[in-house]
Design a protein around this ligand. Structure first.
Ligand code: FAD
Length: 396
């Protein structure tokens, strides 16, 4: 029994599998075509207790920690879901943790509880048209005017941005590019805040992605998350949880593709024998499985280290959702993401190849994973930015 294989987490897996089988699989292809998952899915996921996993009950969550969130992600993909579905349904995993960590009761009541209850959708907006990797260079600015901020700027590639009722938005509260960042929760419908067209993408088709524009948008100061000018550190800390989530999507996608490829190679015969009987094919499958397993083991190890101090509670306090350990894990999280993404990239390509022509068709699940996988080395910090973090961690 490993730490993610306790009786409670086995139950969580069963709950997740039943949810995917009943609520997702019959509709996923339609949602992929429509470019969006329905709001009712959020309500259903909340009702069965999945939406709030990783968030404390005191803020409307279902309890559990980072490892429980990992179990849910693994099981969604293992059951035939996808990383795109996870991005769409669990966007609150990146939109809410800063608010929860700031322990702001007004914001928790207004945004966190309804979102975890499935009646609101939130998004996180950091990336701008001028660039996403250099977070300190953000140019969307908020200027204080009495008990409001006046926000001007633009964001892009924002997951769930089309559907979001509110957007946790990183803004510069000094001069553009100063790195003095704050987070403001901005309501949809606020005058001057417009959501542009839904962006067409290579993958993650069921996850809507938007451009956002802010022209003289007045946001109450009460919607600021935490103290002014302190968001850079908060954003960096929460990136760790997002990166581990993407790493989990990566190795889980790899493992799902191994399973699909094994099944295919057993069933498919060429030159009078099943593909799986050929040594070349068997070794290829063995190598794919090994890469997925190694990635899974390493991501679990890093995730356990991230979750451990929180489970104990540094000061005896209850764990904070999405919060992560300090500086020492930043490098390991970056390595975990890169290891898992590399495994995923290799495996989805090999799995598609083993499927032959069928692998290239929309009807093949492996085709969706192949397209969905490509974003995992870009979102939440690119592979190159992870390498930069790792190099710094090496003292270079
Ligand atoms: C489908 C999708 C969903 C997304 N969801 C969200 C979201 O919800 N919220 C959000 O805020 N953002 C979101 N993003 C944005 C994502 O986080 C950024 O795309 C990512 O951080 C990279 O930023 P960029 O695209 O501006 O690339 P850039 O920063 O312009 O980088 C371009 C290339 O240069 C490389 N590069 C940059 N700097 C260096 C360097 N110093 N050394 C070497 N190479 C470098 C990068 O690795 C990359 O390959 C999403 C993106 C996509 C495609």
């Amino acid at each position: 029994m490993t730490i993610v294989d306790t009786p409670e987490r086995r139950q969580l897996r069963e709950l997740t599998r039943a949810f995917v089988t009943r609520e997702v699989l019959p509709h996923l292809a339609d949602w992929e075509r429509a470019g969006v998952v329905p709001r009712s899915l959020h309500e259903t996921a909340a009702r069965v207790g999945l939406l709030g996993i990783g968030f404390p009950e005191s803020v409307g969550g279902s309890g559990g920690d980072l490892l429980d969130s990992i179990v849910v992600t693994e099981e969604i993909i293992r059951s035939g879901g996808s990383s795109g579905l996870i991005a769409a349904l669990f966007t609150h995993g990146i939109a809410l943790p800063h608010i929860v960590a700031a322990q702001d009761e007004h914001l928790i009541d207004t945004y966190v509880r309804p979102t975890l209850g499935g009646t609101m959708i939130g998004a996180l907006a950091i990336t701008e048209p001028d660039g996403g990797s250099d977070v300190a260079a953000i140019r969307t600015c908020a200027v204080r005017d009495g008990d409001h901020y006046v926000v001007n700027g633009a964001k892009t590639y924002i997951t769930s941005g089309v559907r979001a009722d509110f957007v946790t938005t990183a803004v510069c509260t000094d001069f553009p590019g100063s790195g003095s960042l704050s987070l403001l929760v901005i309501d949809k419908g606020t005058p001057g805040f417009t959501v542009g067209r839904r962006l067409e993408k290579l993958g993650w088709h069921c996850s809507d992605t938007a451009e956002l524009s802010f022209v003289d948008v007045r946001v109450p100061v009460a919607n600021r998350v935490g103290p002014e000018d302190t968001a850079f550190l908060a954003v960096m800390q929460q990136f760790a949880a997002e990166r581990l989530s993407l790493a989990t999507s990566a190795y889980a996608t790899a493992q799902r593709c191994v399973d699909l490829a094994v099944r295919w190679c057993r069933d498919r015969s060429t030159f009078g024998r099943p593909l799986a009987s050929r040594q070349l094919v068997r070794h290829r499958l063995a190598e794919m499985h090994t890469r997925a397993e190694a990635a899974r083991a390493y991501v679990h190890e890093v995730a356990e280290r991230v979750a451990r101090p929180l489970q104990l509670g540094a000061s005896g306090a209850a764990p904070r959702a999405g919060a992560v350990g300090g500086q020492p894990v930043v490098t390991e999280v970056a390595m975990a993401k890169n290891v898992a993404v590399a495994a995923c990239d290799h495996v989805v390509d090999a799995a598609l190849q083993l499927h032959g022509g069928f692998g290239y068709l929309r009807d093949a699940e492996v085709e969706r994973h192949y397209r969905d996988a490509r974003i995992l080395g870009i979102g939440g910090g690119t592979t190159e930015i992870m390498n930069e973090i790792i190099a710094k961690g090496m003292g270079l």
